[in-house]
Design a protein around this ligand. Structure first.
Ligand code: ATP
Length: 436
C-alpha cells in the first residue's frame, strides 16, 4: 500500500549525530510502550530536498503525552502537555524543541471527503494536511527505523516539483492553504499542479479569502514575507490576483518590484552591520509592499489584517514623518547631523529600513545609514542630575537644555562633558538675561 524506502543513511548523513540518536531513542521508547513513532511533515520534505530544517514534528500512534514525558525524562528535558489535544512540546536542556502529536483516530472528526476504508491512524492524521509534499513520514521504531511512509504520492510530487492538495475541498476547508501553496511553490520553484490550480482559482472566485480573519491572513502574509527571498511569492500573489484580498487597490507594479529588491538590499546592509537583532523583517517588506497606498488606504489595509488600532496609529504617524523626512533630505543641501537626528528620531528600525529602500537620492540614503549607524546612539554626557547640581530649577527646561546639548554634540560643537557644562552655562545665562 504505502511505498517504503530506507532513509536511515540519509538521516545519518544529513543530521547532527545527537539528533539521530535522539530519534532512535524516541523509536525505542515508543516500542517499549507498545506505540509507533514517526517524524513527519516539513522535516521529511526538506530532508529529501537536501535543505536544512530542524523542526522536528513527531506523530505517535498511542498516547502522545505519555510518550513525550518518557522521552523528555530520558534526555533531562522539560515537557509541556496539552492534554485535551493530546499534544506536547519537549524542550531539551540545549533549548532545542520537539513537537509531539497523537494520531489516534477517535480524537478526530471523521473527514467528510474520505472514502470509507480502514485506515491507520497515521494515515488519517496525514490526510488532514495541506499538500502531498507535506504528508511524508519516517518510521522511528527499531527494526523499521528510517523507512519512508508515503500514503499520498508525496515523494513523486517532491521529485516532479509539484504542489498538490489531497482532496478537492482542501481550499474550501481552509483558504489559508491558497497562500501556503504560493509560499511553497515560490520557495522551492515548484509548480502548482493543474487540478490543484483549478481548485485554487475556484476558491478565489468564491472569494473565500474574504472569510479569513485578519489574524490568519496576516499570519500567512507574515510567513510569505519572512521567506529568504519573498519576491517570487509576492509576484505569484499578484499574478493570482491575491493582493486584492488585503486591499482592493494593492497592486504590484514594476516600480513596486524594484522597491522589494531595494528592500532586500537595505536588509542585507543592516544584517552586515548589526546582525538580526530583533528586526521584524516581514514588517519591512510589508511597508514596501504597501508603499503605493496613501495613508488612508494604508490604514485600511492594516485594519483588514487586524493590526491593533494603536499600532496602526503609530505606523501612520511614523510613515508620515518618514515621508516628510525623505522630502526634506532630498531638497536640503548638506544637512546637519542634528537635523537628520530630529527628522528620524524615534522611528523604528523597520520604518527606517523601508525608508532606506525607498530613498532614491544618495543624500537621503546616506542620512538614513548615518542615523542607523551612529547618530541614533548619541546622548549628551551630562544628565538631569548635572543640571540639578548647577542649581537649575527642575522643569520642562531640562528637556530643552539636554536636547540642545545633544544637537551640539551631534554637530561636533562640544566633545566632552566639560564642554557640555560650559554650553549649559551659556544657555542658562542667556535665558536669565532674556527673562530680566
Ligand atoms: P516551514 O518550512 O515554512 O516551517 P512547514 O510545513 O515545515 O513549513 P508549518 O507551517 O509549521 O511548517 O506546518 C507544519 C505542518 O503542518 C506542515 O507540514 C503541514 O503539513 C501542516 N499544516 C500547516 N498548516 C496547515 C494547514 N493550513 N492545513 C493543513 N495542514 C497544515
Amino acid at each position: 500500500r504505502s511505498r517504503e524506502r530506507d532513509l536511515s543513511r540519509t538521516l545519518e548523513r544529513s543530521l547532527p549525530q545527537w539528533l539521530v540518536e535522539f530519534l532512535r531513542e524516541a523509536g525505542k521508547i515508543a516500542d517499549s510502550l507498545g506505540y509507533r513513532a514517526y517524524v513527519v511533515g516539513g522535516f521529511v520534505r526538506d530532508l529529501l530536498l537536501g535543505q536544512k530544517n530542524l523542526d522536528v514534528d513527531l506523530v505517535i500512534e498511542g498516547d502522545g503525552p505519555i510518550f513525550a514525558r518518557r522521552l523528555a525524562e530520558t534526555f533531562s528535558g522539560r515537557v509541556s502537555v496539552h492534554e485535551k489535544f493530546k499534544t506536547a512540546v519537549i524542550t531539551l536542556p540545549s533549548g532545542f524543541k520537539i513537537d509531539v502529536a497523537t494520531a489516534r483516530w477517535e480524537y478526530y472528526a471523521y473527514p467528510a471527503a474520505l472514502p470509507t476504508v480502514e485506515l491507520s491512524s497515521l494515515k488519517l492524521d496525514l490526510f488532514r494536511r495541506d499538500f502531498t509534499i507535506n504528508t511524508l513520514a519516517i518510521k522511528l521504531n527499531p527494526g523499521e527505523f528510517g523507512q519512508l511512509v508515503d500514503f499520498f504520492g508525496g515523494l513523486r510530487d517532491l521529485k516532479d516539483g509539484v504542489i498538490r492538495v489531497l482532496h478537492s475541498l482542501s481550499f474550501v476547508e481552509d483558504p489559508t492553504r491558497i497562500f501556503r501553496a504560493v509560499r511553497f511553490s515560490a520557495r522551492y520553484g515548484f509548480r502548482i499542479g493543474r487540478h490543484t490550480l483549478d481548485l485554487l482559482k475556484g476558491a478565489l472566485k468564491l472569494n473565500l479569502v474574504d472569510r479569513l480573519s485578519g489574524r490568519r491572513l496576516l499570519n500567512e502574509l507574515r510567513h510569505i514575507l519572512s521567506e529568504r527571498d519573498p519576491l517570487p511569492a509576492i509576484r505569484q500573489m499578484a499574478e493570482l490576483d491575491l493582493l486584492r484580498f488585503i486591499h482592493p487597490d494593492l497592486k504590484l507594479t514594476e516600480e513596486g518590484e524594484g522597491l522589494i529588491k531595494e528592500t532586500e538590499a537595505s536588509l542585507s546592509w543592516y544584517r552586515l552591520q548589526f546582525g538580526e537583532e530583533n528586526l521584524k523583517i516581514w514588517m519591512v517588506y510589508l511597508l514596501s509592499l504597501f508603499d503605493r497606498l496613501d495613508q488612508k488606504r494604508f490604514a485600511t489595509a492594516l485594519a483588514r489584517l487586524e493590526i491593533p488600532e494603536k499600532k496602526i496609529r503609530t505606523l501612520l504617524e511614523e510613515r508620515g514623518r518618514l515621508f516628510r523626512a525623505l522630502e526634506h533630505f532630498k531638497k536640503t543641501h548638506s544637512i546637519s547631523k542634528s537635523a537628520i537626528y530630529r527628522s528620524l528620531e524615534g522611528l523604528s528600525s523597520e520604518m527606517l529600513l523601508y525608508g532606506l529602500a525607498k530613498a532614491r537620492d544618495q543624500a537621503s540614503k546616506q542620512a538614513i545609514t548615518l542615523f542607523l549607524r551612529e547618530l541614533r546612539k548619541v546622548r549628551p554626557a551630562i544628565t538631569g542630575q548635572d543640571l540639578k547640581k548647577l542649581g537649575i530649577p527642575e522643569g520642562p527646561i531640562y528637556k530643552k537644555i539636554l536636547e540642545t546639548v545633544r544637537d551640539a554634540r551631534l554637530d561636533g560643537l562640544v566633545q566632552n562633558k566639560e564642554e557640555e557644562l560650559q554650553l549649559v552655562h551659556k544657555i542658562f545665562k542667556e535665558k536669565e538675561k532674556a527673562n530680566r
